[in-house]
Design a binder for this molecule. Structure first.
Ligand code: NAP
Length: 481
């Protein structure tokens, strides 16, 4: 077994980003220590349990650190311990709550494969009842497990590259399953060949197709490189592949991001599931259409906005989120309570309306088809009208959520006399970066916010949902192509 598996780890130089550590994460009682020891022994690697390291470094038991100094102090020690872990040739079992801190995730993920261990609540309760534990909530054991598992679920999903259910297995069986995946990956050759045929029907540039062939069908492929991408039709204009692939290099993540271009979202979701992709960014025209294909949708996306732009696949589930609204909200925080006009009533406008009303703005939605503006306005308690109504409003803020500006012969949606230097003008269109509306607003002296700012902010939130890593805003703007 060792002969077959070891080449993917120690000193492998086949491609940059190849994993050098195996990190196990998950709730207490999922078997991290026992399984970690078996894997380490089979691969002849060292095994480190971060909880044991904390106890040996402090000379105190974890229950006593919790009891005497509190959880905050424990987390600080845990952070220090994770920061000093060796960068290669080890198997790590990380503490159950370590993944809540994005700094820990960034460090644990570097050049590593992170395996999430899960188990059902009955199994965890039975396993934990036999061990001393520091109380984290003051609740009885079963309720504490249920509450913490739900609170941490998203963090675990973001942190993980692989997910293994240990409920019905021994530590040995779970370790063998992980070792098999480390050697072969999670998809079959047939699934990968079908996936490759799908990508060849899209308009992926030649270097992109070559990268996909190298990771899906080449005999020299790295089975641990995971795929993700942007799903749309068309989506060849998307800057997401360049941005995310830059981020993977920056954070030493063994991932590749590509274009899932197809007229049918059900086909895209089928391919994504069969290739075990980590996540998808969803763009036009699928932000609403994707919802029936998801297992869960978060509160903002489903109940309020009705559109999903981010899908995270984890432990067999596809979970939908919306980060577009956060990309609109962030640059506008200083304009809380302003009077705003929102141009357009489509998917991006729905996210923008949610963001603007969340900032207590008085919003009027104007649209080419006023009936569509009315429908959106009624959902968010906004005013509505036709474009001609603009002059009667005198807004502090104008947000363009139509595609006007994307095409070379597009003009600004507004005339010079409709703008003044006291206004803020936010154009959601980001290709090209300088739209006719932005050029016009700059000339007149307005404060301007470009679609690239929204793109960077929403991508930062997406990256956090996909990987649990919090990229500083300035860094992500620098990496946007
Ligand atoms: P959508 O759902 O197709 O909605 C388009 C809206 O614009 C509709 O209200 C439509 O009016 C209106 N519209 C379309 N063409 C028009 C025209 N020629 N003149 C006047 N109004 C027109 O599109 P979307 O998903 O909301 O996207 C809108 C824009 O936001 C796109 O350009 C997209 O690139 C941009 N966006 C940017 C980001 C970013 O990160 N920066 C993220 C998401 C979207 P009707 O109701 O009359 O059809």
């Amino acid at each position: 077994m060792r002969q077959q598996i070891i080449p993917w780890f120690l000193g492998c130089t086949r491609r940059s980003g190849t994993v050098k550590r195996i990190v196990l994460c998950g709730f207490r009682g999922t078997g991290k220590t026992e399984i970690g020891k078996v894997i380490a022994s089979q691969l002849h690697l060292s095994f480190i349990d971060t909880d044991n390291l904390i106890e040996s470094r402090t000379g105190r038991s974890i229950p006593s650190i919790f009891h005497e100094d509190g959880e905050e102090r424990f987390r600080a020690v845990e952070r220090d311990v994770i920061a000093t872990l060796p960068e290669k040739d080890i198997v790590v079992s990380s503490g159950g709550g370590a993944v809540i801190d994005p700094t820990n995730i960034e460090r644990l993920r570097k050049d590593s494969v992170v395996v999430l261990l899960i188990a059902d609540i009955d199994t965890i309760e039975e396993r934990l009842a036999r061990k001393p534990r520091p109380p984290l909530t003051g609740l009885p054991l079963r309720e504490e497990i249920a509450e913490l598992m739900e609170r941490r679920r998203q963090f675990y999903y973001s942190a993980a590259d692989l997910c293994i259910d240990t409920s019905e297995t021994t530590a040995d069986m779970a370790a063998q399953k992980i070792l098999r995946i480390l050697q072969d990956g999670t998809s079959t050759l047939q699934q990968r060949e079908t996936g490759m045929a799908f990508f060849k029907t899209g308009r992926i540039p030649a270097p992109g197709l070559q990268a996909l062939e190298a990771m899906l069908t080449s005999p020299a492929r790295d089975p641990l490189t995971r795929l993700m991408g942007v799903a749309g039709y068309p989506c060849a204009h998307s800057k997401s592949p360049a941005l995310f692939n830059n981020l993977f290099t920056r954070y030493s993540l063994n991932y590749h991001y590509t274009w899932f271009e197809d007229p049918e979202i059900d086909e895209i979701m089928r391919v994504a599931r069969s290739l075990d992709v980590k996540g998808l960014s969803i763009t036009i025209p699928f932000k609403q259409d994707v919802i029936p294909f998801l297992d869960e949708v978060d509160e903002h996306a489903a109940r309020h906005i009705g559109a999903v732009n981010t899908v995270v696949f984890a432990c067999g589930s596809a979970i939908g989120y919306n980060t577009d609204w956060l990309g609109v909200r962030k640059p506008l925080v200083s304009l809380k309570g302003a009077k705003a006009v929102l141009l357009g009533a489509g998917g991006a406008a729905a996210g923008a309306a949610y963001a603007l009303t969340d900032l207590d703005m008085k919003v009027t939605i104007l649209n080419r088809t006023p009936e569509n503006a009315k429908v959106l306005a009624e959902r968010f308690g906004c005013g509505w009208g036709a474009w001609e109504d603009f002059d009667s409003i005198r807004p502090d803020l104008v947000v363009n959520a139509t595609p006007l500006g994307m095409h070379p012969d597009d003009h600004s949606p507004l005339s010079d006399r409709q703008l003044n230097r006291e206004m803020t003008v936010f154009d959601l269109v980001y290709t090209p970066p300088e739209t006719p509306l932005i050029e016009q607003a700059r000339r007149i002296g307005c404060r301007t916010i470009t679609g690239t700012e929204m793109f960077a902010e929403q991508a930062r939130e997406q990256f956090y949902l996909f990987f649990g890593i919090d990229v500083p805003a300035e860094k992500i703007k620098d990496l946007v192509p």
